[in-house]
Design a protein around this ligand. Structure first.
Ligand code: SD4
Length: 325
């Protein structure tokens, strides 16, 4: 049986799914519906980690990673570590539609987006993101993303581990009551969304501020094709969330879609992609959803409980599915 059209999204981002579904019902293409959905999340600042004003980097600045992929043409547009422009997914669509490129980064991505008419430059900080960052600084900067350096009391400059070990990393973390992982159950960081439209075409999109307190310049899995999301019209789609630094080493969404191409059901495909990562990184935190071209969906996760949202013609409203590791 076939249940399409369908919209699937990471986490209970109900309003974003409704926005995409409304677009689908109006007859919008999968690509444009995905953009409507992810854009709604950016405007709503879903979980305080998508759109403007979310997760700050080490310098206190909020930046945006976003991607859109058309499963018909395999065209992709993406922006990474984009500054001063709040419309991540729209910038990604501009890259896809108006350039021969796939991925633009940093200030140059912003300059492109502004030149194409997106609003800005804007300050992407919010009172919440500044407060979060100040608290982190005051707590002596938990060294989330440094593995061979440790910060002195003033948090920076950083020193190679062993030369200036003023506060052992593990002690520091436990002293301030934080877990060593930057992605946790209350830190949902990413919308990844898949849409199958009325014509049966598939598109995916992602938008995120990336990891909280990342080293400036860090790019996550969200804007990486096959990692944060992937879609092939003849097969299906996948979206990911979690520890992007680890996940992007495995291209889990490419893996999921290629497994489904071989005839594997979405649930088994999703589980397989997650377990490939878990075998190498037993402590990683992450999840994927999978949806095949018939609209059959599933999720798999590791290290946390994952929720994803679905709207299709048999559900009366957005339904939320909870997956336990
Ligand atoms: C990243 N994957 O940039 C994102 C973060 C995330 O739930 O999805 N957290 O690593």
């Amino acid at each position: 049986d076939t249940v399409r059209p369908v919209v699937v999204s990471t986490w209970p981002f109900v309003e974003a799914v409704r926005a995409a579904w409304d677009a689908v019902e109006r007859g919008t293409s999968a690509v444009d519906a995905v953009v409507e959905g992810c854009s709604a999340c950016e405007e709503l600042r879903c979980d305080g980690t998508v759109g403007p004003g979310g997760s700050p980097d080490e310098n206190g600045e909020t930046t945006i990673d976003a991607l859109v992929m058309d499963g018909v043409t395999m065209e992709v547009g993406a922006v990474a570590a984009m500054r001063h422009v709040k419309d991540g997914i729209r910038a990604a669509r501009l890259v896809m539609r108006h350039t021969e490129h796939t991925l633009l980064v940093g200030d140059k991505a912003s300059a492109f987006a502004l030149s194409m008419g997106l609003p800005g430059p804007s300050n992407l900080s919010s009172p919440e993101s500044i407060a979060k960052w100040k608290k982190w600084k005051a707590n002596r900067c938990q060294p989330n993303f440094w593995k061979s350096v440790t910060p002195p009391d003033s948090c920076g400059p950083y020193h190679p581990k062993g030369t200036e070990n003023t506060c052992g990393e593990a002690n520091l973390m436990s002293a301030i009551g934080l877990s060593p992982s930057h992605v946790g159950p209350h830190n949902h960081d990413t919308i990844a969304m898949a849409v199958i439209d009325k014509a049966g075409h598939i598109a995916v999109g992602t938008s995120t501020n990336g990891a909280t307190f990342k080293i400036p310049g860090r790019v996550g899995d969200g804007p990486i094709t096959g990692s944060g999301a992937y879609a092939i019209d003849e097969v299906g789609a996948c979206g990911a969330t979690g520890d992007g630094d680890i996940m992007m080493r495995f291209l889990p969404c490419y893996q999921v879609v290629e497994s489904m191409r071989l005839g594997i059901e979405p649930k088994a495909a999703a589980r397989d992609a997650i377990s490939r990562i878990a075998r190498k990184y037993p402590n990683f935190v992450g999840a994927v959803f999978a949806v095949n071209r018939r609209g059959i969906h599933a999720g798999a996760c590791h290290g946390w409980t994952f929720q994803y949202s679905v709207r299709n013609s048999v559900s009366e409203d957005v339904e939320i599915f909870t997956i336990h590791p």
